[in-house]
Ligand binder design. Structure first.
Ligand SMILES: NC(=O)c1ccc[n+]([C@@H]2O[C@H](COP(=O)([O-])OP(=O)(O)OC[C@H]3O[C@@H](n4cnc5c(N)ncnc54)[C@H](O)[C@@H]3O)[C@@H](O)[C@H]2O)c1
Length: 391
């Protein structure tokens, strides 16, 4: 059990580590935030101070609360203090060897009951745990960016994780005012697996020349109710990051064509058009006049939205079919990890599973590609006349 007043260790003071430290300190925990690079610690501290100062300006927090949070975070350049921690989470560079080395060193310092977690997005929990003498106390605890704002945390037990460690970590993270879901230790866990078609199918439609980026974004926002279109979102995430995740998931799924990366995105990465951060992606961020207006054709928009949503639902069905997560957790994950306007399986029920299957089958008939194969669970549920959320 992780005690309610446990001291928390965070390894890596980058985007995620700083956010997680903020969450833990806001919940009243004493936090050790460690980074191997002193300049990163300074950057993390300055960034946090400025984020929290803005909270005071906006009257969302008092100066006293902010001082409390900052006082509870100890920015440290070594992990010797981690012996006092009840829970340690790692958020360093996404490199298996470096993570394994870090956990092997950490295990020699922490107490025997300390729970160890990784915030990895794409490495397997099993692979990281192989560095530990006691892998039973280790699991994946996957926060979303920005950690203080995004409610979702995926809790991922590895094959060696002790059931009690899993349960108590879940309860503990929930007590941080987070929504937890649990998923199997498989590539992309829940969100990064189920969300692939949001980008992949949008890119495919774009590559086929059915519509331009602005029109696809317009369709997904105006007709679908998504907060951001896929191209705007890829520009924000960065094409280097998004392409890397797609390629990793594709390889990890033994090259399943459902996850095939796109040449259009690869070329953007090669050209250095990484999105907002480089000033240029699918949109031009230096000169807005160069950005095309969407073609606001309702019929075309509906066709685009139907196709992307159908592929997303098919992927959500696969996550349930393959026991990656429960129906409820898949829906919670997509609504709270990537702000989808509705749970995909709830959406499927509303559209009617037979209609979803018909749309999927039409794509398969048109393209004759394995990418468009309807999921067996979807087919079975239609044959049995079932829905995901029965009355
Ligand atoms: N950025 C995201 O959107 C996001 C979301 C969920 C999960 N993640 C995962 O979280 C982890 C961190 O991602 P990030 O975006 O915060 O990265 P980041 O580059 O912002 O931060 C990584 C930090 O780790 C430090 N570091 C590198 N090697 C270290 C070592 N050996 N010991 C201690 N510190 C070390 C770096 O100095 C840097 O400050 C990765 O595993 C990533 O996959 C990222």
């Amino acid at each position: 059990m992780i005690s309610n007043d446990a001291k928390i260790g965070v390894i890596g003071a980058g985007t995620m580590g700083t956010g997680i430290a903020q969450v833990a300190a806001t919940q009243g925990h004493h936090v050790f935030l460690y980074d191997a690079y002193p300049q990163q610690l300074e950057k993390s501290k300055a960034g946090l101070e400025s984020i929290l100062a803005r909270q005071v300006e906006k009257e969302r927090m008092t100066q006293k609360e902010v001082d409390g949070i900052l006082n509870r975070i100890n920015f440290v350049d070594n992990i010797t203090g981690f012996g006092e921690c009840g829970f340690v989470i790692e958020a360093i560079v996404e490199d298996l060897d470096i993570k394994k080395d870090t956990f092997a060193r950490l295990e020699g310092i922490v107490s025997k009951d300390c729970v160890l977690a990784s915030n990895t997005s794409s490495l397997s929990v099993a692979a990281i745990s192989s560095a530990l003498k006691k892998p039973e106390r280790f699991l994946g605890v996957h926060f979303f960016n920005p950690a203080p704002l995004m409610k979702l945390v995926e809790i991922i037990p590895g094959i060696a994780t002790d059931k009690q460690v899993f349960e108590s970590t879940k309860t503990f993270i929930k007590s941080w005012d987070k929504i937890t879901v649990s998923g199997k230790d498989t590539p992309g866990f829940i969100v990064n697996r189920v969300a692939r078609p949001f980008y992949g199918e949008a890119l495919r439609i774009y590559e086929e020349g059915i519509a331009d980026a602005a029109t696809i974004d317009w369709a997904m926002k105006e007709i679908g109710g998504f907060r951001m279109g896929p191209f705007e979102l890829m520009d924000l995430i960065g094409h280097d990051v998004n392409y890397e995740v797609t390629s990793t998931v594709f390889e990890a799924f033994y090259y399943d064509p459902r996850f095939k990366p796109s040449f259009a995105q690869k070329r953007m990465v090669e050209a250095g058009w990484l999105g907002r951060k480089s000033g240029r992606g699918f949109y031009n961020y230096n000169d807005d006049t160069k950005n095309p207006e969407p073609t606001k054709d309702k019929q075309l928009g509906q066709k685009i939205f139907n196709r992307i949503l159908t592929m997303l639902i098919n992927e959500a069905c696969d996550a349930v079919f393959m026991n990656i997560a429960s129906v409820e957790d898949v829906d919670l994950a997509m609504q709270n990890g990537v702000n989808y306007p509705k749970g995909l399986l709830q959406w499927a029920d509303e559209i009617g599973l037979k209609n979803v299957l018909d749309r999927m089958t039409a794509l398969q008939v048109e393209y004759r590609e394995d990418r468009y194969r309807p999921n067996p669970l979807l087919k079975k549920m239609v044959a049995d006349g079932k829905s995901f959320y029965e009355e």
